[in-house]
Design a binder for this molecule. Structure first.
Ligand code: C2E
Ligand code: CA
Ligand code: CA
Length: 301
């Protein structure tokens, strides 16, 4: 009974705050596969099965590549290349999330040190950091040490955090952001608009910019209400002096809309998917011709 109750509790916890779940037999199978995943994750670290890929981020005006977002993948010996949604949530209960975050930041900084654009404009690397790591008192000091070790300029590093981080402990989040800004590292609020109190966070915490979640990007051309919300987000962010990145741009029409709306940076499959370091170097060497920016007055916002 106790173990069944524990399975139901764990499931309720994963489903989000303030939930309850009854035990059902399917939770047994789920618990078994989670256990297997957890033991595989422990060895994944030892066997260096994690790899980083980088997705280009483009300047909203010139459509030149101005940086990359680092995205972790797990090259599972049997199941192949797994996306983070399949395993990230299991790292925290195992006490491994901090180790992963540290590894990702270090690898991303090492990679970015070797990037060079033909016109020598500096390229940034954005790294996703878990709530757990970001709230630690030593987080900024750890970043400082990694920058020192890898030789990457602080201005080339961006940390992306999601709203739940700010929600849990706003005062700790504020402390980390302040310290990072002192060092010269930028902090972006990721998945903006998906949480309950996005606006409160913008008021309370000194972010450098925000990333508009791709659920909004998809609907902007379909639903006038979404278009109105995104226009208001852009106006608000710009009036607060924040930079805006739109993520999940998949079509030429979405690109045209966000360009015309004055979005600072753009990211999505329409331009590039994530790629390994070697492909990044080749892409930067090729320096492909950029798409012609659309004429702003042709677009109805
Ligand atoms: P995110 O930070 O919102 O990352 C963007 C996600 O959107 C990536 O999925 C990317 O592949 C996907 N994406 C980019 N462009 C498009 C597009 O045009 N259309 C669609 N449909 N999707 C697009 P991915 O790599 O599966 O990452 C999922 C989430 O996992 C990330 O969401 C981030 O929250 C987390 N994550 C990824 N890498 C790391 C990491 O190194 N550390 C931590 N703590 N979390 C990570
Ligand atoms: Ca992100
Ligand atoms: Ca995001």
């Amino acid at each position: 009974l106790q173990s069944c109750a524990e399975m139901a509790r764990a499931r309720a916890h994963r489903d989000g705050a303030m939930r309850y779940r009854f035990y059902a037999p399917d939770l047994d199978a789920e618990a078994k596969s989670r256990l297997a995943l957890q033991s595989e994750l422990r060895t994944a670290f030892a066997n260096s099965e994690f790899r980083l890929e980088f997705q280009p981020i483009l300047d909203g005006w010139s459509l030149e590549i101005c940086g990359f977002e680092a995205l972790v993948r797990w090259h599972h010996p049997q199941r192949g290349r797994l996306l983070p949604d399949a395993f990230i949530h299991e790292l925290e209960p195992l006490g491994l999330i901090e180790a992963l975050d540290k590894w990702v930041i270090e690898q991303a900084c090492l990679a970015a040190r070797n990037w060079q654009r033909a016109d020598h404009e500096p390229l940034t690397v954005a790294v996703n950091v878990s709530a757990h790591s970001f709230q630690r008192r030593e987080f900024a000091a750890m970043i400082d040490a990694i920058l020192e070790r890898t030789g990457l300029r602080a201005a080339c590093l961006e940390i992306e955090i999601i709203e739940s981080i700010a929600l849990e402990h706003p005062e700790r989040a504020a402390l980390s952001i302040d310290r990072l800004r002192e060092i010269g590292v930028r902090v972006m609020l990721d998945d903006f608009g998906t949480g309950f109190s996005s606006l409160k966070h913008l008021r309370q915490l000194p972010f450098d910019g925000l990333k508009i979640d791709h659920s909004f990007v998809v609907d902007v051309l379909i639903d006038p209400r979404d278009a109105a919300i995104v226009r208001a987000m852009l106006a608000l962010a710009h009036s607060l002096g924040l930079e805006v990145v739109a993520e999940g741009i998949e079509t030429a029409a979405q690109l045209a809309w966000f360009q015309a709306a004055g979005c600072d940076r753009l990211q999505g499959f329409h331009f590039h998917r994530s790629m390994e370091q070697q492909a990044v170097i080749e892409l930067l060497q090729l320096h492909p011709p950029v798409a012609t920016p659309p004429v702003a007055q042709d677009i109805v916002l």
